[in-house]
Design a protein around this ligand. Structure first.
Ligand code: GLP
Length: 261
């Protein structure tokens, strides 16, 4: 079977739907299909977007659908999760640059409708407050796409003692700096800080779609779905969201007890 669906029920009517796909390509097509469906029924959909290698295949499929004339991004608005700090949007290591090269430059999106947190603002507190105010103004994104860090981080919300609600400046953990150094020439080049939507900002989304692949994500996925809700595993908060879909491959599903039961 190409894809197997499992429901994780976290009390009352709160559900997390988990789709386990045979490979990364299938996973990416499924995720893109969900985003495409939303854009089709709501041409001015507001998408929350993510960076990292996990959503790259999803973006490639969205580009393919656009090129095939199936998708129109002309009215779509986007809000990205995070950005390195300090880093200019034009820097080729910035998440803004990543979004341009991996999606925005290849579809007919109006760049005025694109929002990425400012990682180079003179006043970072103000940058955080105004980003959060924008999210409040739109009443939350229609769907938030997420990857997940090997330590369970979402956006750049690293494991901590308390969940942080709004957009804020974060200190990256050593493991995240190590993991992300693969995109930089040398580890010293990886910024040690970032501006990120907080857990509260992410939870404002009407729908959440998380994609993950590979064995390096297996523990984080199991902790997210089957462990306690704890700020030590930031993604575990998703158990409290009313509409979450998690699309993973077999390797990322390896540690799920309920799925393999
Ligand atoms: C970064 C990003 C996250 C992303 C994570 C996983 O730290 N801030 O949004 O989910 O990395 O990245 P990858 O998909 O490359 O494994």
């Amino acid at each position: 079977m190409e894809t197997k669906a499992t429901w994780y029920t976290n009390g009352k009517s709160k559900n997390v739907k988990v789709l386990v796909c045979k490979d990364y390509e299938t996973l990416s097509k499924k995720a893109a299909g969900i985003l495409a469906g939303i854009i089709s029924v709501k041409p001015d959909a507001i998408l929350g977007l993510a960076t990292g290698s996990s959503p790259v295949g999803t973006y490639q499929e969205l580009i393919r659908l656009y090129e095939a004339g199936i998708l129109d991004f002309s009215q779509v608005k986007t809000y990205n999760l995070d950005e390195y700090y300090p880093l200019e949007a034009t820097n080729d290591q910035s998440y803004h640059y990543f979004m341009n090269t991996n999606l925005f430059d290849h579809v007919n999106i109006d760049k005025n409708n694109v929002h990425v947190p400012d990682g180079n603002a003179a006043d970072m507190n103000e940058a955080c407050t105004s980003y959060e105010a924008m999210l409040d103004e739109i009443g939350g994104v229609d769907i938030q796409l997420l990857g997940i860090g090997g330590n369970g981080h979402i956006g750049f919300n690293e494991p901590t003692d308390t969940f942080v609600g709004p957009t804020h400046v974060v200190e990256l953990t050593e493991s995240t700096i190590q993991a992300n150094s693969r995109f930089f020439e040398k580890i010293e080049d990886v910024p040690t800080k970032a501006i990120s939507m907080g857990i509260g900002s992410i939870m404002k989304a009407k729908k959440i779609l998380l994609v993950a692949n590979g064995e390096g994500k297996a523990k984080a996925i199991a902790d997210t779905l089957e462990g306690p809700i704890t700020p030590q595993v930031p993604a575990s908060i998703l158990q409290l969201h009313h509409d979450v879909t998690i699309i993973i491959d077999e390797a990322a599903a390896a540690n799920l007890k309920e799925y393999h039961a």
